[in-house]
Unconditional design. Structure first.
Length: 308
């Protein structure tokens, strides 16, 4: 529906002003804070996307995915029997089998997500992107994080962008597809809104802010614009699309602020792993530290918490 795209206008000063107000929100305290942090844990895509990833560090990551918070801390909160795990484990396609084996050995059914489609630059031929997606699904990934070709957005080739994402959706088969917009490289908030709309029209299950490799990753102005697009798409179609901010989210306070923003913009029904994820590699460590403080009244020594 190109008519949707041609009418898009984003009031940038208003968006930036709203984003500045968000930064001043007071965070919740006490038991409320602990509850929000545990909710954040269940929405994390625990990620390792390094050139030196090996089967052993993927196995360690998967163990942490199943046991994100120390057992004694969960017992102190009376949450030890609630089955709290992260939302997914995210790796490169070559490490999907390692993650699947590690999770199987751990006896849990956490989904494995894989980046694909020329991640992170998107500068590979479409045929290569589709082959990479199919291979990741064949290896056992249940969620695929694709990345769009930014050049299609920057040159206004909206039909070309739609077709590329549609073919990626087709290649994903039964796997859920998260479309990474790489918003820091799209040039304007209007382009962010348009790319969000087209990604949803083409069948994306989630839209995601960033690869985590750009100079600018998940920011509140971008988050507001993407969530407003999700809301409009829901009003027009009745279809709920998920949202995933990723890149640069490192502290428990930031995680809670993103949860609060989703609640304000989209509603409580979006605060589930099915419709909201946080892309993070180091966030879980700070969340566990804050829960430790809540339980014991002091911060842990370095050796008291396992590496995330």
């Amino acid at each position: 529906e190109l008519s949707w795209i041609s009418k898009v206008y984003v009031n940038r000063p208003a968006v930036v002003r709203h984003a500045e107000q968000i930064k001043k929100w007071k965070t919740v305290k006490g038991n409320w804070q602990a509850a929000w942090l545990l909710k954040a844990v269940t929405c994390i895509d625990l990620t390792t996307l390094s050139g030196d990833d090996t089967p052993s560090n993927v196995r360690r990551l998967c163990f942490k995915a199943k046991h994100p918070i120390r057992e004694d801390l969960l017992r102190a909160l009376n949450m030890h029997d609630k089955g709290i795990t992260v939302g997914a484990v995210c790796v490169y396609p070559a490490r999907v089998s390692d993650a699947l084996n590690a999770l199987r050995d751990a006896g849990c059914n956490i989904p494995v997500a894989s980046v694909a489609a020329g991640f992170p630059s998107g500068q590979t031929p479409l045929e290569t992107k589709l082959t990479e997606i199919r291979l990741a699904v064949e290896y056992g990934a249940r969620e695929i994080d694709i990345v769009i070709s930014r050049s299609l957005v920057l040159t206004g080739q909206w039909e070309g962008l739609y077709e590329e994402i549609r073919l990626c959706r087709e290649a994903c088969g039964e796997a859920h597809m998260k479309t990474i917009l790489a918003t820091g490289e799209l040039g304007s908030l209007a382009n962010v809104y348009k790319a969000s709309m087209i990604a949803m029209m083409a069948g994306s299950d989630f839209i995601k802010t960033s690869t985590g490799k750009e100079v600018e990753n998940a920011t509140f102005p971008v988050g507001i614009v993407m969530m407003r697009a999700i809301k409009e798409y829901y009003w027009k179609t009745g279809y709920k699309v998920g949202f995933k901010p990723a890149g640069g989210i490192r502290t428990a306070k930031e995680a809670i602020t993103w949860l609060m923003l989703v609640k304000e913009e989209l509603g409580v029904e979006w605060l589930t792993p099915e419709l909201f994820r946080l892309g993070a590699s180091s966030l879980l460590g700070d969340i566990e530290k804050q829960i430790f403080y809540h339980v014991h009244g002091s911060y842990p020594s370095q050796h008291e918490l396992a590496m995330a």
